[in-house]
Design a protein around this ligand. Structure first.
Ligand SMILES: *Cc1c(COP(=O)(O)O)cnc(C)c1O
Length: 295
């Protein structure tokens, strides 16, 4: 099976709450394999060691990276084994969303990080595909942006998990001599200092690190917040584009709080919308339990 990348992905013009911005549609790379996970896996498409028959990775049981790796493994004719530290009993009995799709792609799921082991024909990929190989595909993204846009000052914004995409995007612009592109991000998993530690683990030289902005309020990754759902819905109504429910709401809250920094904003749509199915179910339950309460 071939894995096709529909690149360069389009750049579209939108406005949200009178905030003009350009949207890089990396969610459109392909139907079932999109966003920054596709960019991060790009290197392996052509550089997979010949003797590999299995991909091994680990992380959360609903992660976008897990799903993307399951598609990649299937298309490359490889087996895929994934370790989750905890598998909720209900989800094990009745898999949904990314987990269901990954299992349907043939993923083998194992509980407990203490069980992680690989043998010689297996390739271990870090949680969230946070590794040096990710740079290859993210540099393509940077190159596309420099080729698609005129030579102006741009502020490129994308919310971070591991921070791999934001860090490597900023580094790629610098290495391409495209100093007119500056990358800004916000941490969705952990604090700003934790995110900076993750940057340093991948790239010691601080000059390559993107700017980190925090929201006024603290949010915990994977938790549901009324304002997350509201901003996600408002975005969808105004732009007719579906954003991700896990990372993008925090991203947009930060952007609206610091909009004076962004007079030429490019927002990177990093995909992840397949995971919205399960998030929307959780939100439906969450909102129902709130009924009658004032916001
Ligand atoms: C994985 C993911 C992120 C986080 O990417 P990192 O490179 O780990 O920072 C952000 N948004 C979406 C939609 C994702 O799927």
């Amino acid at each position: 099976m071939e894995l096709n990348f529909n690149t360069p992905t389009p750049i579209e013009k939108y406005s949200f709450k009178n905030f003009q911005f350009l949207l890089k549609r990396d969610d459109l790379i392909s139907m079932d394999f999109s966003g920054n996970k596709a960019r991060k896996i790009h290197w392996y498409l052509h550089n997979l060691p010949k003797d590999i028959d299995t991909i091994v990775s680990f992380g959360s049981v609903q992660s976008n990276a897990m799903y993307s790796l399951s598609v990649f493994a299937k298309k490359m004719g490889l087996k895929f084994r994934y370790y989750a530290n905890h598998i909720p009993a209900l989800l094990r009995k009745n898999p949904q969303g990314n987990l269901l799709n990954a299992l349907n792609n043939g993923m083998k799921l194992v509980e407990g990080y203490e069980n992680i082991k690989t043998s010689k024909n297996e390739l271990l990929i870090n949680e969230g595909i946070a590794n040096k190989e990710a740079y290859y595909g993210i540099k393509f993204l940077a190159k596309e942006l420099t080729e698609q846009l005129e030579n102006k000052e741009y502020q490129v914004f994308l919310p971070s998990g591991t921070g791999t995409t934001a860090l490597y995007l900023n580094r790629a612009f610098m290495e391409l001599g495209a100093e007119n592109f500056k990358v800004y991000t916000t941490p969705c998993v952990g604090s700003s200092s934790y995110l900076k530690e993750q940057f340093t683990a991948l790239e010691e030289n601080q000059k390559f690190h993107p700017s980190v902005i925090e929201s006024k309020k603290k949010y915990h990754f994977g938790k549901l917040y009324l304002e997350f759902y509201q901003i996600w819905l408002e975005l969808q109504k105004e732009t007719k584009v579906e954003f991700d429910l896990l990372y993008d709401p925090k991203g947009w809250i930060v952007l609206l709080e610091s909009r004076e920094l962004f007079n030429n904003l490019i927002y990177i749509h990093q995909g992840g919308t397949l995971g919205n199915v399960t998030m929307l179910k959780r939100y439906a339950h969450f909102l129902k339990n709130r009924e009658g309460k004032t916001f």
